[in-house]
Design a protein. Structure first.
Length: 400
């Protein structure tokens, strides 16, 4: 944020006849110079320009002071710097860093700052699918969603053989009477429950939802859109969906089975599942008490719920005894035993869920040139990870 410096001087004891004076006359200064790195990342991939192209501006062009690319960049960079509220931009509009990022050090009109204030930004954020008299900037939601996947695809010099798409839902707490707020028992707060789809460091989708919905609500639609777009560019890539037990739903698993997409989901325990691994839990407990260390063993079996599942599916159970008590866990998958053994499936494949290091699951030569990526530019509307040329990819190698 911009700061104002006082011109007052402070005198100190002279040294060898030289006067020592401290002054605070630096003029307008900023505490957000690190944003210049974000600006360089954006220039490398043209993300703000491409994001702005997802909007349609019907304002009178000769009267425009702040172009859409300036508005989009200002809002995204502001959030990346920690300024989430639009009110912050009544000060940020005078910040020299914001002017540098916009490539516009001075406004064309005397009564304007180089970048926009909260009212102008608010009109863009409330844009409609079609421009109106008071909101003359409209947006194309389909183009915005495709942009995230396009950035991911362009991060690879050549298609990988296999990729993992991680699905997740997490709480976004609210602190007022926001529309759609709902109390979520698990997170113990009023919140939203957005849906995210990642591939390693790359965010492919972010969908804002009410917390009254199931964790997997809308997942089939988002996954179908993403998989279709990926296969348009990479028709032969093998795709695995990975998520916790909130996504082990019949609709999503049946869609994967019908569309040639593999899945690996956590599975909530119940009395039937626990009964199936009773002997394995007994062996793990006996070994743990004998060695005074955690012990685990695995069981591979077929399982079907009484009502919700349409068919039997492969379930892998981890029968573990640790810290003096049992700790059973279950996963359901479309991967066969020949493709991936039970222990490896759970410990190396499922437990890597949420790991953003993008390291291959089995050591092998990388299938694309690995470089570091810029991260976290697009937090508004979608929140996105920006890549530099040839970003790291997440790959999957199944145990044969």
């Amino acid at each position: 944020m911009q700061t104002e410096c006082t011109p007052d001087l402070f005198g100190f004891a002279p040294v060898e006849g030289h006067e020592v004076v401290a002054a605070f006359d630096g003029g307008a200064m900023t505490s957000d110079a690190g944003a210049l790195l974000l600006g360089e990342t954006d220039r490398a991939i043209g993300m703000m320009r491409r994001f702005a192209a997802c909007f349609h501006d019907v304002r009178q062009q000769d009267l425009i002071e702040h172009e859409v690319v300036t508005l989009v960049g200002q809002r995204v960079f502001g959030i990346a710097l920690g300024y989430e509220d639009l009110n912050d931009h009544d000060e940020l509009r005078h910040d020299p860093i914001m002017a540098v990022l916009a490539g516009k050090l001075e406004a064309r009109r005397e009564d304007c700052a180089p970048v926009a204030g909260k009212s102008t930004l608010n009109r863009m954020e409330l844009s409609r699918l079609q421009p109106t008299r008071y909101h003359k900037i409209s947006h194309n939601p389909i183009a915005i969603k495709r942009l995230l996947v396009d950035l991911f695809l362009e991060a690879h010099e050549r298609p990988p053989n296999e990729i993992i798409l991680d699905l997740d839902a997490t709480d976004d707490p609210v602190h007022g009477e926001q529309e759609g707020r709902f109390f979520h028992g698990y997170y113990d707060c009023y919140c939203y429950l957005p849906l995210y789809v990642f591939c390693g460091r790359h965010l492919l989708a972010a969908k804002l939802r009410s917390a009254r919905l199931d964790a997997a609500d809308g997942a089939v639609k988002e996954v179908a859109r993403i998989v279709k777009q990926i296969r348009e560019r990479w028709p032969h890539v093998r795709i695995l969906l990975r998520a916790d037990s909130g996504f082990a739903r019949e609709e999503l698993m049946a869609w994967c089975e019908a569309n040639g997409v593999h899945f690996l989901f956590g599975l909530a325990q119940n009395s039937r599942l626990l009964a199936d691994i009773e002997s394995e839990l007994g062996r793990a407990e006996a070994r743990s008490r004998r060695t005074k260390k955690p012990a685990r063993c695995f069981k591979d079996f077929r399982y079907q719920t009484r009502r919700s599942w349409s068919r039997k599916r492969r379930v892998v159970a981890k029968a573990e005894f640790t810290k003096g008590e049992p700790n059973p866990r279950f996963v359901v998958t479309s991967l066969t035993r020949a493709e991936c053994k039970a222990k490896y499936l759970y410990e190396k494949l499922y437990c890597a869920r949420g790991d953003s290091t993008s390291t291959p699951i089995v050591p092998r030569p990388p299938r694309c040139v690995p470089t570091r990526c810029g991260y976290g530019l697009l937090l508004w509307l979608t929140s996105c990870s920006a890549h530099c040329v040839g970003s790291l990819c997440t790959t999957l190698r199944l145990q044969r």
